[in-house]
Design a protein around this ligand. Structure first.
Ligand code: PHE
Length: 341
């Protein structure tokens, strides 16, 4: 076969291989096969010296023509492969700027604390000042100063968490009454939101750590009517304008007389249903007139001063507000539950 024939067949083979290259690597392989240092066309060009002058002229022209043609076919194919790669990356990486953004997860206020905030706001609206007390309390503030007799069952180690000699995790927010009265002279009008701890066995209405809000009002002629009026106004504001209240006699060592406040059932309005156990009433808080012995403990004049106090279970109230039937749900930290509020 002479050089011209070989050049022609190389042209045909190269043209179809370049057109068939599907990647830049395949294209480069084809280029090397014909134009590389040991490429077919390179070898043919090298053979030019071995043929006669007539053939050399003719074959030289043809070989150079084929070489240029292959170069330009490779360049053309390279362009279209790159263009195709670019288009497909545009398609796969494209960004739809009209899609709505994805919102990050935002935390929210726990239902118990949301209720706590609302309760504080209502009492602030009535002129009470919010203050706080420590969760680790002296046994004296938690019990003695509040007129708990030495043998009172709640002082028992089985009912309270003692923290070393003379200290206890407060079992109620009432010891804050003592701190406030020791720190200031009357008139006193405060609310104390906070966490309390008791050694209760957890069940649907008891957990070991829970929340209360305490109220204390001391002045020169505070009466039980003021207490009832204040709590009735609170109940209408928090539970709704139809809400009725009643006092039920009760006992607390640090108030005399003492009462529990019931509100008309939120579910049946007082007719009697499962939630109120057919009584028509729901228990909301404990309250009463400050016991003169408590005034003695803080150095207030028992002869001229009177006052009222109340203490409300915030978790209980949150359950009533949201229709929650098990207090432990508030403490499980299960987002499927908490996300509903
Ligand atoms: N501290 C009482 C309790 O935890 C509630 C209470 C507070 C009662 C203030 C009377 C006055 O049960």
């Amino acid at each position: 076969m002479d050089l011209c024939d070989e050049a022609t067949s190389a042209r045909r083979a190269a043209t179809s291989e370049i057109a068939a290259a599907k990647t830049l690597d395949e294209l480069e392989a084809a280029r090397v096969k014909y134009l590389g240092r040991k490429g077919l066309l390179t070898l043919l060009l090298r053979n030019l010296g071995k043929v006669g002058p007539e053939e050399r002229k003719e074959a030289g022209r043809l070989l150079n023509e084929v070489k240029q043609e292959i170069l330009s076919l490779v360049a053309g194919r390279e362009d279209s492969l790159k263009q195709a790669a670019y288009s497909s990356s545009l398609a796969s990486e494209s960004l739809d700027v009209t899609l709505p953004g994805r919102r990050g997860a935002i935390g929210r206020v726990h239902p118990t604390l949301a209720v706590m905030d609302e309760l504080v706001d209502i009492f602030v609206g009535m002129g009470f000042t919010p203050v706080e007390g420590p969760e680790i309390e002296t046994e004296y503030n938690n019990f003695d100063a509040l007129n708990f007799p030495a043998g009172h069952p709640s002082r028992d180690e089985h009912d309270s968490f003692y923290v070393g000699e003379g200290y206890v995790l407060r079992t109620h927010t009432s010891p804050a009454q003592i701190r406030v009265m020791q720190a200031q002279q009357p008139p006193v009008r405060v609310v104390v939101p906070g966490r309390c701890h008791r050694r209760d066995t957890p069940d649907a209405s008891h957990v070991v750590s829970f929340h209360q809000i305490e109220g204390l009002f001391v002045d020169y002629d505070v009466s039980m009517a003021d207490l009832k009026g204040t709590l009735a106004a609170f109940a209408r504001e928090f539970f709704g304008p139809e809400t009725r209240v009643r006092f039920r006699p009760h006992y607390f060592p640090f108030t005399e007389p003492s009462a529990e406040l019931d509100i008309s059932c939120l579910v049946c309005g007082g007719k009697g249903c499962r939630v109120c156990k057919n009584s028509g009433w729901l228990e909301v808080l404990g309250c009463g007139m400050v016991h003169p012995n408590v005034f003695d403990h803080v150095g207030y004049d028992r002869a001229s001063l009177t006052g009222f106090a109340f203490g409300m279970g915030v978790d209980r109230v949150a359950m009533l507000r949201y229709g929650i039937n098990d207090m432990r749900l508030l403490y499980d930290n299960d987002l499927r539950f908490l996300d509903q509020f």
